[in-house]
Design a binder for this molecule. Structure first.
Ligand code: TYD
Length: 139
């Protein structure tokens, strides 16, 4: 789901965008991480999460994010600092670096936990079919 951050524009001094937990982002933020110095054309992601929810944005550059809930796919292009996407639980993501120097920032609902990852696409589809997310894994 697309989220637009609130932004204070000033033609002389530039823009300031902001997001607040439980207001603009529908969870408490427990972790922030960012991915940078990624070679152009790189594909990352290739996993889903059992529970984790995340908000992704690209403060500089261009990154394509392809989301897949096992039934349909949706592609988002992150190329503006105030354009963000909410990626809920049970959504497979593939991410493509489209511009040199592009940076991906992520705000996450929980601490890092490898056991929350699903890195095998067949296992992901199996869980979708079993109704693991009760069809609530919207794109
Ligand atoms: P991963 O989430 O697989 O990155 P991407 O989907 O962008 O390719 O994480 C890459 C590696 O970094 C993996 O070994 C797990 C580790 N990692 C942490 O240790 N802490 C974190 O908060 C994150 C997001 C990843």
């Amino acid at each position: 789901m697309l989220i637009e951050s609130k932004t204070v524009n000033n033609k002389d001094f530039g823009n300031l965008s902001f997001l607040e937990s439980n207001k603009d982002i529908p969870f408490d933020i427990k972790r922030i991480y960012y991915i940078y110095e990624v070679p152009l054309g790189t594909k990352r992601g290739m996993h889903a999460h059992k529970d984790l929810k995340q908000v992704l944005w690209c403060p500089y550059g261009e990154i394509d994010i392809v989301l897949d809930n096992g039934i349909e796919k949706k592609k988002y292009t992150l190329n503006e600092p105030n354009k963000l996407i909410l990626v809920g639980s049970g959504v497979w993501r593939d991410m493509y670096w489209k511009k040199e120097g592009a940076v991906l920032c992520v705000a996450a609902s929980d601490y890092y936990d490898e056991s929350d990852y699903i890195r095998d696409y067949d296992e992901f589809i199996k869980l979708v079919k079993e109704g693991y997310w009760n069809n609530e894994n919207k794109l």
